[in-house]
Design a protein around this ligand. Structure first.
Ligand SMILES: Nc1ncnc2c1ncn2[C@@H]1O[C@H](COP(=O)(O)OP(=O)(O)OP(=O)(O)O)[C@@H](O)[C@H]1O
Ligand SMILES: [Mg+2]
Length: 393
């Protein structure tokens, strides 16, 4: 198929990374005709390929007149829905960014806006990886737990547990009380040392690391029993989750307050984004200890997110919540996973939630893995049903 319009050179296919590279730079869209002209070419080219692509879109110094924004967005959305695997954008000016975000909110599209082309490409790589993890052999698991044993005196809390978590998954751990679920989170996060076995994160052995070293690798967690600083404000509690990201020397920072103030402001801005995201603006100044339990759990989630983790461990984040609160948290978990690409390990007793949002489920009973697989398979597994009904094994 020949495409020969004046925008031809601005639309390229990069086969190796499944990308359609779209260049809107230095264009001022003022009328519907040129928008149509551009997108007609995009759609013609895409139609001819007969497959889907990731869109990498350059908005550097591109302006779109207010009157034609809707039309522009409509055409973009159409191409996305018909031919897209996902879109990343870069070079977006502040005002365009706002319009895109507003649009993204209205139409349930993820905005995915980045400063530079390189960042956009990295994000694109993430998108591709997340699609590929579903069952493609040979990809390195994000986390590998191998034959892990944990003992407390005479109690064997974990007895040779092994599993792998792929990048981008929502991996749920279920099982009766005392099965060893929290123990799994505790060994991954470095709170317990396994008596035997190995734990690898991103291919590297981290079995012997301490909790703070694990955190530095990009693993954050929440606790089954809320562990906030009760007297501190919500905002300050969340800021503590950000401490790892605040590099630099306190003394030097005190002398050269310029960069330090700037850094602090950037961290605050990031934390404000999380507060916004989890819809807790109204309570940001309140002491954490005075909040109802459900909100405390939400603040704990916010604190874990402030560390920008690659792997997020959530130990019963919805325990003690009513149905609406649970739905909120389930939606947040999905959004965190989807929007930030965060891999999640979730311990949860509510089977409805687990079945709804997990990509993979592992079942523990008496310190052993008794089943693993997709949510539907696990639910139907006789060993799982037995464990939950408490029949003798
Ligand atoms: N610090 C500890 N000291 C002694 N025993 C412990 C400790 N932590 C856990 N255990 C024991 O290890 C076993 C597994 O506990 P774990 O907390 O992992 O269970 P769980 O699956 O998270 O249960 P629940 O659903 O009740 O949270 C239990 O028998 C528990 O009593
Ligand atoms: Mg537990």
């Amino acid at each position: 198929m020949m495409v020969e319009g004046r925008f031809r050179d601005r639309i390229k296919i990069i086969e190796t990374i499944e990308v359609l590279d779209v260049d809107f730079s230095n264009i001022a869209f003022t009328g519907k005709e040129e928008i149509d002209e551009f997108y007609d070419e995009v759609d013609r080219l895409l139609e001819a390929t007969n497959r889907r692509w990731y869109f990498l879109v350059n908005y550097t110094d591109c302006t779109i007149a207010d009157e034609v924004w809707d039309h522009f967005a409509e055409r973009g959305k159409h191409s996305n829905v018909t031919y897209g695997l996902g879109t990343v954008r870069f070079g977006v000016s502040a005002s365009t960014r706002q319009s895109i975000r507003a649009r993204a909110m209205q139409t349930q599209f993820r905005a995915n806006v980045f400063e530079a082309r390189e960042e956009a490409l990295v994000a694109l790589g993430e998108l591709r990886r997340r699609r590929e993890v579903t069952g493609v052999p040979g990809t390195e698991a994000l986390l590998r737990v191998q034959d892990v044993w944990v003992n407390f005196g005479g109690i064997q809390a974990l007895r040779g547990v092994s599993f792998e978590v792929q990048t981008g998954e929502i991996f749920s751990i279920i099982g009766p009380n005392g099965a060893g679920k929290t123990c799994v989170v505790n060994v991954i996060s470095g709170f317990y040392r396994p008596a035997r076995g190995r734990i690898l994160f991103q291919g590297k052995d981290r079995t012997d690391l301490k909790a703070y070293e694990v955190a530095e690798l990009g693993i954050a967690r929440t606790f089954q029993n809320v562990a906030l600083f009760r007297g501190m404000s919500v905002l300050d509690n969340i800021m503590t989750g950000r401490l790892l990201k605040m590099k630099g020397n306190v003394l030097l920072d005190a002398l050269y307050w310029g960069p330090s103030v700037k850094q602090e402001m950037e961290h605050r801005a990031f934390v404000e984004r999380i507060i916004d995201f989890l819809e807790i603006e109204a309570i940001r100044k309140l002491p954490a200890g005075r909040l109802p339990y459900g909100l405390q759990k939400r603040v704990e989630l916010a604190r874990a997110l402030a560390a920008e983790p690659r792997l997020l461990l959530l130990d019963e984040p919805m325990a003690g919540m009513n149905v609406e609160e649970k739905e909120d948290i389930a939606r947040f978990i999905l959004d965190i996973n989807d929007e930030w690409g965060t891999t999640i390990i979730l311990i949860e007793h509510d089977m409805g939630v687990v079945m709804d949002i997990s990509s993979h489920v592992m079942v523990l009973d008496h310190g052993e893995k008794i089943a693993e697989g997709g949510p539907a398979d696990v639910r139907a597994d006789p060993a799982v049903i037995r464990a939950y009904l408490g029949e003798p094994r």
